[in-house]
Design a binder for this molecule. Structure first.
Ligand code: SAH
Ligand code: SF4
Length: 354
């Protein structure tokens, strides 16, 4: 629900100020399903509101369940743009929602399906939080809750900083979803001015940065944003982030077979990280493996994942250099819901076309 619009509509209707809060609590804390699900509001007012503004900012089009339990929801915005969100259930009981912050993405990383879509627009804070609400309502019916939110769906959250910021505050607000800041994570492709803003926020939200290459030449080839913010600008910004916040920094490294997964790449990555004292103090490399994606014409991208042996060698080299690393287990690949596969498609890629 768009709380700004709600305020305006209630004002136009001459309603007392407390109505806005009543409705906000019903929607974001109590997870009401519609205006008729808010008994504290008189029926005529509910009807009036329903005629003037939509309850939800998004319309749920389809839900696809992957055999590994991940649910991918396809939504349409009011101007009919498709966006996708994923619910990832973990065995430890956590329920993580991966939200999109933009319809499409301006960055255009070569390995990412969203990047091949082009860019339509940024999402409003309410469109971002609505994605969580849909899953939260569904989980509530099963006696469960959303436990974590990651800003790792479609789009670059640091290019819509104010919207992302407001969405985080709404997720965190005890009068709304009341999700602890430590349970919220944001991933960026490396927008340096926003990393600097984020450094100044006095909060506990986790930061992840998509590194993916240890040299400018390779990184620029994979991620065009590196031409604007090369490693010589990105690394000092990350080092300052850790120095100021004293928080762990997740360094995402997507292993692409034959491209950035050689032993030399692993040594170069270790050397790069060790140049920066704070990054090496609290940085944690998160190794991702490539999930297949298609380009704007529907052709499969020519990337491959690393072989098991290459991956093990890469890990061993990082370990030998004393660089802590983890390996991300990817969810949702069966329904095109894994990292980098979100493309606003109603249908998952047809496996027979592989
Ligand atoms: N725009 C942000 C957040 C969304 S992408 C960012 O780029 O950081 C979340 C993660 O998935 C990023 O690390 C991204 O690089 C990675 N990713 C993109 N395409 C992928 C693919 N095909 N396979 C695996 N991971 C991918
Ligand atoms: Fe955008 Fe992130 Fe995909 Fe790059 S990886 S195109 S920044 S969503």
């Amino acid at each position: 629900m768009d709380l700004d619009r709600l305020g305006t509509v209630l004002h136009e209707l001459g309603q007392p100020a407390y109505r806005a809060k009543q409705i906000e609590l019903a929607v974001y804390r109590d997870l009401a399903h519609g205006y008729d699900d808010i008994p504290t509001i008189p029926r005529p007012l509910r009807q009036e509101l329903a005629g003037r503004m939509p309850f939800d900012e998004l319309r749920l089009e389809t839900t696809r369940r992957s055999p590994d339990g991940a649910d991918k929801d396809l939504f349409l915005t009011q101007d009919s743009l498709p966006i996708e969100s994923v619910l990832i259930p973990h065995e430890n009981g956590s329920r993580t929602v991966c939200v999109s912050t933009e319809a499409g993405c301006q960055i255009g990383c070569t390995f990412c399906a969203t990047g091949h879509l082009g860019f339509q627009r940024t999402l409003t804070p309410f469109e971002i939080v609505d994605q969580v609400l849909f899953f939260a309502r569904q989980l509530k019916a099963a006696g469960e809750k959303v436990t974590n939110v990651v800003f790792m769906g479609m789009g670059e959250p640091f290019l819509t900083y104010e919207h992302m910021r407001r969405a985080i505050l709404l997720l965190n607000d005890p009068d709304a979803l009341g999700l602890g800041q430590r349970r919220i994570s944001v991933s960026t492709s490396g927008i340096v001015p926003s990393i600097e803003h984020f450094t100044q926020e006095q909060w506990q939200v986790n930061l992840a940065v998509s590194l993916h290459a240890p040299t400018d030449a390779l990184r620029s080839q994979l991620m065009p944003i590196n031409r604007t913010y090369p490693l010589s600008a990105l690394m000092p910004a990350l080092d300052r982030y850790v120095a100021v916040t004293n928080r762990r920094l997740m360094l995402e490294y997507l292993l692409l077979g034959g491209i950035n997964d050689s032993p030399e790449d692993a040594h170069r990555l270790a050397d790069l990280l060790r140049t920066w004292p704070n990054v090496s103090r609290l940085g944690l490399v998160n190794l991702l493996t490539y999930n297949p994606t298609r380009d704007a014409y529907g052709h499969w991208n020519a990337f491959m994942g690393p072989t098991g042996r290459t991956l093990a060698t890469f890990e061993d080299i990082l370990t030998a250099h004393g660089i802590p690393w983890t390996r991300r287990v990817s969810f949702g690949g069966d329904v095109g819901a894994a990292c980098g596969q979100l493309a606003g498609e109603a249908r998952p890629p047809d496996a027979t076309q592989l």
